[in-house]
Design a binder for this molecule. Structure first.
Ligand SMILES: C[S@@+](CC[C@H](N)C(=O)[O-])C[C@H]1O[C@@H](n2cnc3c(N)ncnc32)[C@H](O)[C@@H]1O
Length: 580
C-alpha cells in the first residue's frame, strides 16, 4: 500500500480498474492509524483498539457456502480489461448518454467502479434463476478475460453448451451464490446513498438471495418482497403432481440506506361497493354529536363532522345498518389505493423479444414510478433483451423525464434451433441492440475487450512452472516498452481505456485537437479534463504550451518514450503527468 504523499513528478498510467482492497486499507488507515504497523494491519493492535466490539463467540449466526472466501476475494481483484467503443453498433454515439455494454458483468462492474461510484439511483436485475436449465456464467479468477472470451464462443470454444448449471453438480447452489455475491457487492458500491435495488427471483434461489442481500446491503435495508404473477402451467385434473403450480414470482427490494424513500403510485383497484362502520377510534368533541339518536361508542368518534354527515344522509351515503342498527357509510364500487407489494395484476414475463426470461417492461416501469426520480440513472447488469431500457423510455415519455440507462449483457450465444436465432440474432446482446433501435433509443455501445496494454494480456498459467510464467511475463513487458504499442486505428480505444481507468464517465466528450505540434485528445467530463497524446515524440513547443496556466493540474497522458527526463520534470511541475 502506498501511503506516501510526497509525489514524484510523474506516475505510470493506471493499468487496471480501481484496487478496492487498497482503497479500503487507505480508508481504514485514516480512521485507525494505531492499528497499523509499517503500513500493514497489526491484528493484535486492531483487537486492542476495538476491544469489546469483536465477536469472540464460537457459535454465531453465519451464512456460508462452498467458495465464499474466493467470492469475496474476487471482488477485490482489479480488472485489467477495457471497454472498447463500437460506434457502428450504436445510435447517435456522440450525443447519447445511454450505455449498452456487451460483456461479462463482473468485469464490467469492476471497470465502472471509479466513474460511477455512488451515481446510480436504481438498479433492476433479473439474474438467471438457477432452474437447472438456464445459463450460469462460471467465473475464473485467474484468467477472467480469456475465460469470458471462451465462454461466449469468441475464442476457441462454442460458448453456450458448456455453461448450464445442472442440478447434478455437487455445488449447485454454491456456484450460483458465488456468481451473484461479488456482482451484488460491486453493484452496492455504485448505488447512491438514496439508491434502491430490485431483483427478480423465484423459489429456486429466493431464500439464498435474501441471505446474500442481507449480508451485502444489511438486513436493516431490506424493504419489500413484491409478488408478481407467473404464467400458469396447465395441469390437467388427471395429472398427479407433488406441489401446486408456482403462481407468483418475487422482486426483492433493498435500499442503500435510510435516505432511500419511495413514492407508492396510486393503483386503481376494482372493489365491490361496501358499507363500512361510521365510527373510528379517538376522542374529538366536534365529532361526538348525536346521529340517528345514538352517540358514538366510548373511546370512539364519528368519521366526519356533523354537517358532512347530514349531506351524506341526504345523498343516501350514510344510513343505519339493516343488521346492526349502527350508522354506516357507503364506500363506492372502485377506489384508488396506494400500491402495495401485491403486483399480481401484472404478468411478470414477456416473450416478445426473447423466449426465455424476458420481463414485462410494465413491471420495471412501475419500479421507476416507485423510485420517482425523473433524472435517475438506471442500471441493469443482467439486461437480456433490454426490457429495462424500454421501461425507461416509456416512463420518460409519460412524465417528460430524462432518466438514463446503463445496460450490461453477455453476448450469450443463442441456440440455433431457437426462434430468437431464427429471427436473425446470434447472441442475446444482438437481440437487445436490435430492440433498442426499434424502440428508437439512442445509445453508445461498448464491448468488454482485452486491454490495449500488452503487459495486461499476461495471465498466470498454473499448468506451467513459475520460471516459465516469469519468462512469459517478461516478454509482455518487453513488448510494452516498444514505442508503438498499437496501430493508429486503435488510438480511440486507447483513449477510452484511459477514460475507464482514470474513472471518467463513458459519456465524456472526446475532441481531437492540435496542441503545439502534437495531436491531442481532450476528454471532458464536467469539470474534469484528461489530455491524451499518443504521438511518438512530444514536441518542445507542446511541452511549453502544457506548462502554461490553462493546463495547471490537468491530467496529461503520453508514451513514456515520447518525453526526455527534463521535459518530464518540467511538465510534472504543472500538469499531472502520467505515462504509458
Ligand atoms: C433472465 S435473463 C434477463 C432477461 C431480461 N430481464 C429481459 O427482459 O430480457 C438473464 C440474462 O443474464 C445474462 N447473463 C448471465 N450471466 C451474465 C454475466 N456474467 N454477465 C452479463 N450477463 C449475464 C444472460 O445471458 C441472460 O440473458
Amino acid at each position: 500500500m502506498d501511503m506516501d504523499t510526497s509525489k514524484k513528478n510523474h506516475k505510470k498510467v493506471n493499468l487496471t480498474s480501481s484496487n478496492l482492497s487498497e482503497e479500503k486499507l487507505v480508508e481504514l488507515h485514516k480512521v485507525l492509524p494505531e492499528a497499523f504497523s509499517e503500513n500493514k494491519i497489526d491484528w493484535d493492535k486492531l483487537r486492542a483498539v476495538l476491544g469489546s466490539a469483536i465477536d469472540e463467540r464460537i457459535e454465531k449466526f453465519n451464512f456460508s457456502w462452498a467458495g465464499k472466501s474466493n467470492a469475496i476475494k474476487n471482488v477485490l481483484i482489479p480488472s485489467k480489461a477495457t471497454l472498447r467503443p463500437v460506434k457502428d453498433e450504436s445510435v447517435k454515439f456522440d450525443e447519447s448518454e445511454n450505455l449498452f455494454i456487451e460483456g461479462d458483468n463482473l468485469e464490467v462492474l469492476k471497470l465502472l467502479q471509479k466513474a460511477y461510484f455512488e451515481q446510480v439511483k436504481m438498479i433492476y436485475i433479473d439474474p438467471p434463476y438457477n432452474t437447472g436449465g438456464d445459463f450460469v456464467y462460471h467465473d475464473d479468477f485467474s484468467a477472467p478475460l480469456s475465460n469470458y472470451l471462451k465462454q461466449t464462443g469468441q475464442k476457441d470454444g462454442n460458448g453456450a453448451s458448456l455453461t448450464t448449471n445442472r442440478e447434478t453438480s455437487g455445488r449447485y447452489h454454491s456456484d450460483w451464490i458465488s456468481m451473484m455475491y461479488p456482482r451484488l457487492k460491486l453493484a452496492w458500491n455504485l448505488l447512491r446513498d438514496d439508491g434502491i435495488i430490485f431483483v427478480s427471483i423465484d423459489d429456486n434461489e429466493a431464500h439464498h438471495l435474501r441471505m446474500i442481500m442481507d449480508e451485502v446491503f444489511g438486513e436493516e435495508n431490506f424493504r419489500n418482497a413484491i409478488f408478481v404473477s407467473r404464467v400458469k402451467k396447465n395441469i390437467q385434473e388427471t395429472d398427479t403432481v407433488k406441489a401446486l403450480n408456482q403462481g407468483v414470482g418475487y422482486i426483492l427490494c433493498y435500499a442503500k440506506s435510510d435516505a432511500t424513500l419511495v413514492v407508492p403510485p396510486k393503483k386503481y383497484q376494482k372493489k365491490e361497493e361496501r358499507w363500512h362502520a361510521f365510527d373510528a377510534p379517538g376522542v374529538r368533541p366536534t365529532m361526538e354529536y348525536e346521529l340517528f339518536g345514538q352517540k358514538p361508542p366510548t373511546g370512539r368518534h364519528w368519521m366526519y363532522e356533523k354537517e358532512r354527515a347530514m349531506t351524506m344522509i341526504d345523498a343516501g351515503d350514510l344510513r343505519l345498518s339493516p343488521n346492526t342498527s349502527k350508522p354506516q357509510y357507503r364506500l363506492p364500487a372502485s377506489e384508488e389505493t396506494n400500491l402495495d407489494t401485491n403486483w399480481t395484476d401484472v404478468i411478470e414475463s414477456d416473450s416478445t423479444w426473447i423466449k426465455n426470461g424476458g420481463k414485462n417492461p410494465k413491471l420495471i416501469q412501475r419500479m421507476l414510478q416507485v423510485v420517482n426520480d425523473k433524472n435517475a440513472l438506471v442500471l441493469d447488469f443482467f439486461a437480456g433483451s433490454g426490457s429495462t431500457a424500454e421501461a425507461v423510455l416509456e416512463q420518460n415519455y409519460a412524465d417528460t423525464g430524462s432518466r438514463k440507462f446503463i445496460l450490461v449483457q453477455l453476448p450469450e450465444v443463442v441456440d440455433v434451433k431457437s426462434p430468437d436465432y431464427k429471427s436473425g440474432h446470434n447472441t442475446v446482446a444482438d437481440i437487445a441492440k436490435d430492440r433498442l433501435k426499434q424502440i428508437e433509443a439512442t445509445f453508445k455501445t461498448f464491448k468488454l475487450a482485452e486491454s490495449n496494454y500488452p503487459e495486461n494480456a499476461f495471465e498466470f498459467d498454473p499448468t506451467k512452472s513459475e520460471e516459465e510464467n516469469k519468462k512469459t511475463f517478461e516478454s509482455y513487458l518487453a513488448k510494452a516498452k516498444q514505442a508503438k504499442l498499437f496501430d493508429d486505428t486503435k488510438a480511440v480505444d486507447m483513449v477510452y481505456e484511459n477514460i475507464v481507468k482514470e474513472g471518467l464517465s463513458l459519456n465524456s466528450k472526446v475532441n481531437e485537437t492540435k496542441l503545439g505540434k502534437n495531436d491531442v485528445y481532450v476528454v471532458s467530463d464536467g469539470e474534469k479534463r484528461l489530455l491524451v497524446c499518443l504521438d511518438k515524440k512530444i514536441d518542445d513547443k507542446t511541452v511549453s504550451e502544457l506548462t502554461g496556466k490553462n493546463y495547471k493540474g490537468k491530467v496529461f497522458i503520453c508514451l513514456d518514450s515520447a518525453l526526455d527526463d527534463s521535459a518530464k520534470a518540467n511538465l510534472g511541475l504543472n500538469v499531472e503527468l502520467k505515462t504509458i
